[in-house]
Design a protein around this ligand. Structure first.
Ligand code: GLA
Ligand code: ZN
Length: 681
């Protein structure tokens, strides 16, 4: 890690600050500085969408306002994360150079407006953004306030213009070398889809080609590579002129379900950022799930983003209260902002940064939660809670840089997710790959067992247990890695819908792959897809558990059968199996089970592996305990994700960092209550 940010000993607290919207309101800008002190914030992210303020007309730059803001923040002890403004551009740029505008999959040229809508190939946009970034790096690279670069904002989407098509063809040439290889990889003769020339290949389109899965996959891979390439072009001046200032760009999650962001492969992208940061917006207090259930999803996604780089990350954006883009934008109840912030830290964040510092006066985000409301008042409820979070962050700042040490890993694979969503067959609505991972994760969250969510390419050897359900698309390399992991003593859990296609979405021939048969000691004969109202059940021990959606018909070979189906034409055949392979074990879950089953199933595995990280704590359901640690100490975040008081008993002696004294042995935790407890090693 580069040093400028490392030198910063505080947890970052602050967020997106848009003074460029308020340049005509000098009193507000002055007030911002006063309120920043009262809110206990220390870091402002500036310049994100400020291009038209920085370069009002082509080649005429205006940095004076930014100079003043950065100086002012610094002079009162603050730091700055400086953004490059490419996420939105001035009208003059689109007007003069229409090539910078995106073309959609229907080959319609987009108009100027909105944001995040530029072509990633456009040489002119690349030149203009890079030029701007040289200016920023030259002017602010040595400013003592600058601790990090925030390149652009929430990269997403694709462009189907002619420049992008050409780049896609070049990308394919580089990958496949010959058109014959493309035809083989994509199963060309199907529906006469054999290409005879590179020029015939076009990106997928809703009015054109969309049935060739290999093409769809390669397009998504290309879009990730092209986005990263654009980002690298932007980052070049920053790397050149400010090698000690780390670079990030803010990642996202998808939907209210907080599943991993779907349109870019963040595993690849994460290798290009010095520190990973992301924007976390759970729909707290919604009417379809409990606070606790939503909290597990927040845990899952944070564990994934932390594990990508195996280092602490940053929350670049979260809201102090509601957002403006959920279906219903509910305010955070008192205490929730503190609890939600602590949860982010508990899973490895070294910051709580907000969108946004101040609510804007006009346009679409004027009612989005902010530290400072239109009332401009430090007496505001939300403001006060932010200020309180700032106090807590100061008290627990020694956690900065500490990590989680997990013995359990759950595998998530972006390309598998893409391929499985695209597959025709199975159940349209019932695939739910990331949601299935969330339900496995839930078991461990409930038991206060730390989890890393990793990709199949990451090192598995440090984990005692690897959970890898629904690996529909699986390369032979991944199968080999899984086999080696088990042979060397690992415990692996796999499931239905695994090992069906290779990396270009061609099915494996000759039955279920031999390596998987060796790992699990079974052969997969058929996969039965159930209607939503269909039910089957399995007998596990003396208990019967309902299964839905998918039932694998299995022939057990070396494996021991742990559960059998109770209904249908495969009644009494294996549903859950266990195989001993050299020093390790591999379990196979053939059907989609409910949470009660997973709980029984994992209880036994966890007991065998003797994983208990919280033996000093006896806590009620709804309390989550997450641990971070460094060389000197372990930090226990104890969090009540319910609307009720909960009891917790603590054995041993712990320092309560928030209260600054020894923790009590018996505690009643109030709704949304939090402790951060320290134990020296
Ligand atoms: C995203 C963007 C911000 C803002 C927020 C609103 O995360 O990066 O600019 O629009 O959403 O929640
Ligand atoms: Zn384009």
């Amino acid at each position: 890690m580069k040093n400028i940010y490392n030198n910063e000993k505080r947890l970052l607290h602050g967020g997106d600050y848009n003074p460029d919207q308020w340049l005509d309101y000098p009193d507000i800008l002055k007030d911002d500085l006063r309120l920043m002190k009262l809110a206990n914030v220390n870091t402002m992210t500036v310049g994100i969408f400020a291009w038209s303020a920085l370069e009002p007309t082509e080649g005429n730059y205006n940095f004076e306002w930014l100079d003043k803001i950065i100086d002012d923040v610094y002079n009162q002890g603050g730091r700055v994360i400086l953004a490059t403004p490419s996420g939105a551009r001035p009208a003059w740029l689109s007007e003069k150079y229409p090539e910078v505008l995106r073309t959609n999959d229907r080959r319609e040229k987009m108009l100027h407006g909105g944001r995040h809508n530029h072509c990633f190939s456009s040489p002119i946009y690349r030149e203009k953004t890079q030029k701007m970034n040289y200016k920023l790096a030259e002017r602010y690279g040595n400013h003592p306030a600058l601790i990090m670069w925030h390149v652009s904002n929430e990269y997403s989407g694709d462009c189907h213009c002619e420049l992008c098509q050409e780049n896609f063809r070049d990308w394919l040439k580089n990958k496949y070398k010959t058109i014959e290889n493309v035809n083989k990889a994509w199963w060309g003769p199907f529906w006469s889809h054999t290409y005879t020339d590179w020029s015939q290949i076009e990106s997928p389109s809703s009015i054109g080609e969309n049935a060739v899965h290999g093409l769809n996959l390669d397009w998504k891979r290309f879009v990730t590579d092209q986005t990263i390439d654009f980002y690298e072009n932007e980052a070049k001046p920053l790397r050149e002129l400010t090698p000690n200032v780390p670079i990030t760009t803010n990642f996202m999650a998808d939907t209210d379900d907080l599943i991993p962001f779907q349109s870019l492969n963040y595993e690849k992208f994460s290798k290009h950022v010095d520190i990973l940061s992301w924007d976390c917006y759970p729909a707290w207090h919604n009417d379809w799930e409990t606070t606790k259930d939503l909290a597990t999803k927040v845990g899952f996604i944070n564990d994934l983003y932390r594990s990508l780089k195996q280092q602490p990350f940053l929350i670049m954006e979260c809201t102090p209260s509601g957002v403006n883009w959920h279906n219903v934008n509910k305010a955070k109840r008192p205490g929730m902002h503190t609890l939600a912030s602590m949860q982010l830290l508990a899973h490895g964040s070294d910051s709580v940064l907000y969108f946004q510092w101040r609510k804007s006066r006009g346009s679409s985000e004027k009612f989005h939660g902010a530290v400072v409301d239109h009332d401009n008042s430090e007496e505001n409820r939300v403001f006060k809670e932010v200020s309180q979070v700032g106090e807590i962050l100061d008290k627990i700042k020694e956690i900065k840089g500490s990590m989680k040490q997990s013995k359990v890993a759950i595998i998530y694979d972006w390309e598998n997710d893409w391929a499985l969503k695209d597959a025709q067959g199975f159940g349209k609505e019932s695939r739910r790959y990331p949601q299935t991972l969330q339900s496995h994760y839930k078991y461990f969250w409930d038991k206060n067992i730390s989890v890393d969510v990793v990709t199949p390419q990451q090192d598995l050897s440090k984990y005692s247990l690897v959970v890898a359900p629904m690996m529909y698309m699986m390369t032979e390399e991944t199968m080999d890695r899984f086999r080696d992991y088990v042979k060397n003593g690992g415990v692996l859990v796999g499931s239905y819908l695994s090992g069906l296609v290779n990396e270009t979405d061609l099915t494996y021939l000759g039955g279920w792959p031999k390596t998987l048969q060796e790992i699990y000691g079974i052969d997969v004969k058929e996969i039965d897809t159930l209607y939503p109202k269909d039910r089957n059940s399995i007998k596990f021990g003396n208990e019967s558990f309902e299964v839905v959606d998918y039932c694998t018909i299995i022939e057990a070979k070396e494996a021991e059968v742990l559960a059998k189906y109770e209904e249908d034409f495969y009644k009494n055949t294996p549903a859950i199996t266990k195989n001993n392979l050299e020093k390790g074990k591999a379990y196979f879950i053939g059907a989609r089970t409910n949470q009660e089953f997973l709980s029984k199933f994992y209880d036994k595995i966890v007991k065998d592996l003797d994983i208990n990280e919280v033996e000093d704590f006896i806590s009620e359901c709804g309390i989550s305990i997450q641990i971070r640690e460094n060389e000197d100490a372990k930090y226990y975040f104890v969090m009540n994700f319910t609307e009720e008081e909960k009891n917790i008993e603590i054995k041993g002696s712990y320092i309560d960092l928030i209260l600054g004294k020894e923790a009590e042995i018996l505690n009643i935790m109030k709704p949304y209550g939090v402790y951060v407890l320290k134990k020296n090693k």
